[in-house]
Design a protein around this ligand. Sequence first.
Ligand SMILES: [Zn+2]
Length: 497
Amino acid sequence: MNARDKLYGIDSRIVTLRDAIAVLSFDEETVMPSSAGEERGEQIALLSGMMHDMATSDELKEAVATLKDSPMDEVTAALVRHHERFLKTEGALDRRFVEAEAKLLARSRSAWVEARRHDDWASFAPVLEEVVAMEREKAGIIDGHRDAYDTLLDLYEEGMNSEMVSSVFDPLEESIHRIMDRCTGDIPSAFMYAPYDRDRLHALCMSIIRRMGYDESRGMVSISAHPFTSMLGRDDVRITTRYDDPSWFDSISTIVHECGHALYDMHAAGNTAIRGTSLGCGVSMSLHESQSRFWENMILRSYPFIKGIYPKLVESVDALRGVGVDDFYRALNRSCPSAIRVNADELTYPLHVIMRFRLEKMLICGDLAVGDLPEAWNRMSRETVRYDVESDREGCLQDVHWAEGLFGYFPSYALGSIAAAAFYDAMARDVGGPRALESAIEEGRWDVVTRWQDEHVWSYGGMYDFATIVEKATGRALDVECYTTYLADKYSSVYNR
Ligand SMILES: [Zn+2]
């Protein structure tokens, strides 16, 4: 067998194992009985170990080494790069480290659940200290010469470093503060929290995602406590949603957000050149978030979209009878600093991400001791989010990420929003200007949107990294200006309408 066939053969087995793990995890998150947790952990650990062995096998290393310097087609070149990168990063960690990390993270996750439940930071702090030390060690194993935080950041977003993130986040914080200063006066929004008929709302949600292009023959929608999208195979991309948030509108925005993720994976897997390989799915967290946030914020929460679906909305939600479309648009975009990141509005959300980026960087670099985190958190919340945190539960204990060892992951949420605005601009330019795009959105011709997304983002799958796709699609490198202009325009329309 030649090196090329060997590469594709091993890659296909890795993808099959990855999908099998996804099936087990999806079942765990949705319908698994609570007593089955331990054995499910064993099942997933065994398959993960097999996958790791395959991805670091001598056979694969040889194939990569042989192919690396020989001429080949673009897809094979991208696949070689993909495996080479894995070998240099997670693949550089030995079995002993991976198992020790998995054990510690399982312990820290349950310590976090308990600590959060009882608002008891002191019980979590020593475990988090171990996690920080372990992630620092991990960075050292992968690249001993590089700044530890940059190494971790690069795991989630290839080519990114903290200087690049700061150069985008610092001006973004300033712009958001300026916009917040102009968002004054209250916007009535009681109808957003009124009781509703769940079946009718679900039917509306389904009709929206079907029109977006979600293909139910290649996926399904179920309910879970924490909504997510999961790719279980090239023809199986599932969404979960929920109906127990404070506002009924959250159920619509959740499913639209998740559908944005799902369409990306479905279309990447639909490209026959990369289908079934490690490249046949979304490339990175930032790009994935750019697609979900694009639909959730830039389309769903836009005036043309709301105007277009308003008659259907009023039919489905009784509380909207007698509420005009302008008042509804303003209510659903109302902005107010708040404690919890996942419930934050579109304008203040990035501020939560910016403060986490600064804190986690200091934790990993050793500039902030874990013991001093609550105080630093509360101060930063006051200065950056402009919200006074009242307890650790609504402060530094609110997110699971650090308990799961995910340092360097947070920036991708905000980078995704920034890229989404750049994509919107490029899309408007390509389809005949902002007016033409707005008309298509209002009239329900959303295929104008998805066709552009497929051509410029989705169909590439994992062939190129985040920065390259942004540049190919928009014609320039990622900059924050498009996004801040979008926010300024939107919030002036919301507050001065
Ligand atoms: Zn998401």
